[in-house]
Design a protein around this ligand. Structure first.
Ligand SMILES: Cc1ncc(COP(=O)(O)O)c(C=O)c1O
Length: 327
């Protein structure tokens, strides 16, 4: 295991109970606020990047290339840390260039070089080509995979799992499960591996936001085997793909209404790409009785509020009361 990491995230992130929802569902539901890790670096990505950027610095790289969707939280957090540590940053962002907003805008403001590629283009090929160009310019680039979800980045959530164990002692609670959104697998993999190392009885449940259960099982297995090749039993990897809905970054009206309901019930804003889908999945699974053998349930809010695009905001506006203007 890597020992060296940056210390830039605001840790430990708090855990608190969702009182109204717990009452409504007859369970003790808690939330861990990894959306509080920072502002520019907010969300789960910085926990992974604390290890990845330290690795970049320790190994003498001067340039970072990473990739994601055009709305990528990971890309924005990488841009922020590269600015802070004086590393040249290149973001290969896939998707339609519709509006200069959210993470795209923030990434540019943080000084990253933006390379937007077509929605169907290969991110890996674009990164390889860019790598060669940067190398030919005399730079020493390091490629961070999507979401920093590899053996290095996943350390961040092994660490987070240990943080949760300490917080359980302070709160005098033992969580029966830890629930989280799965986008590129590194967050889930770290939690699962932490649980495995500490041999607890917790269930680590992931809610997929785009790919299938099988695809994520494979991805998580690969990440963990890169980290520790002595692990061969992955039967307890539990990733539910029933709540992807319309697909990555797409929200139904029902989902949007759920985000409004949770905001008004608990004062918490879920994001429409990751935490919203995952949290809706968790609530529906509890209602369907699939958590009947559990009392203490933890959800990790992994951030992502910058993902509310203009189009989603406009749709939400139509579902909310009209603004009354007093002249
Ligand atoms: C806000 C947010 N939550 C959850 C995730 C999922 O984490 P991971 O990519 O480690 O599976 C991501 C990124 O994909 C994210 O940006």
């Amino acid at each position: 295991m890597l020992q060296n990491k940056l210390n830039v995230a605001n840790l430990n992130t708090p855990i608190h109970k969702l009182e109204q929802l717990s009452q409504a569902l007859g369970k003790s539901i808690y939330i861990k606020r990894d959306d509080y890790t920072g502002t520019e670096i907010s969300g789960n990505k910085v926990r992974k990047l604390e290890y990845t950027i330290q690795y970049v610095l320790d190994n003498g790289y001067d340039t970072v290339i990473t990739t994601g969707a055009i709305t990528s939280n990971h890309a924005r957090a990488t841009a922020a840390l590269c600015a802070q540590y004086n590393i040249e940053c290149h973001l290969v962002l896939r998707g339609e260039l519709e509006a200069y907003e959210g993470n795209l805008f923030l990434g540019a403001m943080l000084g990253a070089h933006l390379h937007v590629i077509e929605p169907e283009a290969s991110r890996e090929k674009a990164m390889e080509a860019l790598y060669k160009t940067l190398e030919s310019q005399g730079k020493t680039p390091f490629s961070i995979p999507v979401g920093a979800s590899d053996w290095i980045g996943t350390h961040g959530y092994v660490h987070a799992f240990e943080e949760i164990l300490k917080q359980e002692e302070e709160l005098n609670i033992a969580f029966d499960s830890i629930n989280v959104a799965v986008g590129s697998g590194g967050t889930y993999a770290g939690l699962w591996y932490g649980n495995e190392q500490h041999q607890t009885t917790k269930q680590i449940t992931g809610y997929a936001v785009d790919q299938s259960t099988d695809a994520f099982h494979k991805k998580v297995t690969e990440i963990i085997q890169q980290l520790d090749d002595s692990i061969s039993d992955f039967d307890t990897v539990h990733i539910n793909d029933a709540y992807i809905g319309l697909g990555y970054g797409q929200a139904t009206d029902e989902e949007l209404q759920f985000y409004i309901d949770i905001a008004q019930l608990e004062g918490i804003i879920l994001d429409p790409t990751y935490t919203g889908k995952a949290f809706k999945g968790l609530v529906e699974e509890i209602k369907a009785g699939r958590y009947d053998n559990q009392e203490y349930i933890l959800f990790i809010h992994t951030g992502g509020l910058q993902g509310y695009t203009e189009e989603t905001r406009r749709r939400l506006q139509r579902m909310l009361p009209e603004i009354s203007e007093t002249k």
